[in-house]
Design a protein around this ligand. Structure first.
Ligand code: DGJ
Length: 576
């Protein structure tokens, strides 16, 4: 991994301990070219989900909707809950941590860990979570200004008083967590939420303008120089095109931005402005994270709002957000932040992960839709630290035991993964663990593992209603229901773990597999020696049905796991 963030990855190689020890700090461990997470001294996958934004402000509300039962039902081991700045600090320096304490207490009681989000200076670009005394005093806590001098309701990264207040509040929060959380129930912090400016390519306030006209700070220049050849390609390109200068203004070093109007094909219009804004968000957030870590040192990350199709200029998506094209800028300016995590609501899921992994940024998906295939793909293909559907608490009715089908699937998947977490993590960084996902664009994804090629396809067939003479309207209704059911079952994918040359464990959803030899021109077909359904409990495979005869195929309907042993047919197609 690139050195900036790597430095904070604590160089803990070799510190993992086999026995659970709740007094061991949670830590990101860099090993074998990949990163995994350790909690209580053991490798840990965050099998989690994120609560709706306001849920954790009220203990009684959480009880009333049965949040803890929901998570138990879904086999979660972690909850992503938030701490709102305006809730904990009503007057300057006066803190009340009631809304934090009940989350920690109830999580502990229910055997769950907590990732806590610090909703503070910025949430989804805006500053609605700043305490009242800040929101009402823009003279002291300045706002972002647009090119024409207008104001946005977004705290400026150049507001020193805002930074001081946010940093003090976060340090107080971390101090409180340190005091009440000796067993590290809180395992990680998300600092701010999807920050960046919406509504302007950058901040044009007087302080921002002065910085824009001034030199690129030396820490960023040093980072570019020490990471030359390993920077995000577009950053490398613009820096190179402008002569790889080691000093100068933003426009001298990175060039005058292409704008959308000038260059419709440019992937990164207003890139220099985005770089500038990213640097200043990162600097601000770094001070907050560093102050928090100085008090209570647990891993901290930032998340982001991705560019969506059609959002081209920064400002249409939050400008300065820790996106892949400015990840180096974030690393240079925010060494106290351990990694950046994508919230993925767009359909280019594989592409997003590939971009975020470009520079060995560990993958954690703190927000996504409930989708088992996406979870399996992230763990299998990207050594993910964790996966979390957003707002899972909205669609379930724990009191009546009614859960959405997707949530049920997620729970089944989490149960299997939690039984094999250490096995998986042991194989992080190796080609023995792979993931694939069936999509509209790629209906037969395949992976090469050892001597074999494993090809997946969806096990769900599109169904049409049978006409028993029920009339057009009824037929249309039935077809709509079938289409909805098949959309729901459209999630199809798997993770595959190879445990010996011929043996594979496949955890999948709605997926079937065929096998072929990797060696080109190999004569025989690949046959199955044994196929077994089953699951993992405490790292051990617990077999279910042995599949043969009519069931002699690797096909998982719904969520499940199989063990399959392959062999090349000793006879050729011609029977010789
Ligand atoms: C992304 C944000 O990060 C979440 O807090 C939440 O507002 C969701 N969007 C809503 O879909």
């Amino acid at each position: 991994m690139a050195a900036g963030l790597a430095a904070t990855f604590c160089m803990l190689v070799g510190c993992s301990q086999e026995k659970e020890n709740p007094s061991v700090k949670p830590a990101l461990v860099r090993e074998d070219g990949t990163t995994h997470f350790e909690v209580d001294g053991k490798p840990f996958l965050m099998l989690t989900g994120e609560l709706h934004n306001s849920t954790s402000t009220s203990e009684s509300y959480m009880e009333s909707i049965g949040v803890w039962e929901q998570m138990k039902h879904g086999n979660f081991n972690t909850v992503i809950a938030s701490c709102s700045w305006d809730v904990i600090e009503d007057k300057p320096g006066h803190y009340d941590f009631t809304s934090v304490d009940h989350v920690i207490r109830n999580a502990r009681k229910n055997g769950l860990k907590v990732v806590m989000i610090w909703f503070a200076s910025w949430k989804n670009g805006n500053s609605t979570y700043a305490p009242s005394y800040i929101k009402r005093d823009p003279a002291r806590y300045p706002l972002v200004q647009t090119r024409d001098g207008g104001f946005l309701n977004v705290l400026s990264t150049f507001g020193q008083e805002s930074l001081n207040a946010d940093r003090n509040a976060f340090a107080a929060l971390m101090q409180h967590i340190k005091e009440v959380d000796k067993d590290y129930t809180v395992i990680m912090m998300q600092v701010e939420n999807e920050m960046g400016i919406l509504g302007s390519v950058r901040d044009f306030s007087p302080a921002a303008q002065k910085a824009w006209e001034g030199p690129v700070p030396s820490d960023l220049m040093q980072y570019l120089s020490s990471h030359k050849g390993r920077l995000f390609p577009e950053l490398e390109k613009v820096w190179g095109e402008n002569g790889c200068k080691m000093s100068g203004t933003w426009e001298e070093v990175f060039g005058k931005s292409h704008t959308r109007a000038e260059d419709l094909l440019s992937d990164y219009p207003y890139y220099t402005e985005e770089i500038f804004q990213a640097y200043h968000y990162a600097k601000y957030v770094n001070e907050i994270a560093a102050a928090g870590k100085a008090v209570h040192d647990i891993p901290m990350y930032v998340n982001n709002w991705l560019r969506q199709p059609g959002m081209i200029n920064p400002g249409e998506f939050p400008s300065g957000s820790p996106l892949p094209e400015v990840i180096d800028v974030w690393r240079a300016a925010a060494p106290a932040v351990d990694f950046t995590a994508p919230d993925i609501y767009i359909s280019e899921y594989e592409w997003v992960l590939s971009q975020f992994a470009l520079s060995n940024n560990p993958i954690f998906i703190p927000e996504c839709r409930v989708d088992v295939a996406k979870a399996l793909y992230a763990f299998g293909e990207y050594d993910a630290l964790g996966f979390a559907p957003f707002g899972f608490d909205g669609g379930q009715n724990a009191a009546e035991g009614i859960y959405s089908a997707d949530f049920e699937n997620l729970g089944k998947c989490y149960a299997i993964l939690s039984g094999m977490d250490r096995m998986l993590i042991k194989n992080y960084g190796s080609d023995k663990l792979r993931g694939l996902r069936v999509t509209e664009e790629n209906t037969t994804p395949s992976v090469e593992m050892g001597d074999y090629i494993l090809t997946a396809r969806s096990s769900v067939r599109n169904q049409r209603a049978i006409n028993y003479g029920q009339g057009a309207a009824q037929m249309a209704r039935e077809n709509a229901q079938l289409a909805a059911a098949s959309r729901q079952q459209a999630q199809s994918g798997a993770l595959i773990l190879q445990t010996s040359p011929d043996e594979f464990y496949i955890v999948g959803i709605n997926v079937s597999f065929s096998f072929s030899p990797k060696k080109e021109g190999a004569p025989g077909r690949i046959l199955t020696d044994a196929i077994e359904e089953g699951t993992f409990v405490d790292g051990k495979w617990v077999p279910g049905r042995r599949l043969n005869g009519d069931e002699n195929r690797v096909s998982i309907n719904g969520v499940g796991a199989v063990r399959v042993v392959l062999y090349p047919s000793p006879v050729t197609a011609q029977g010789r």
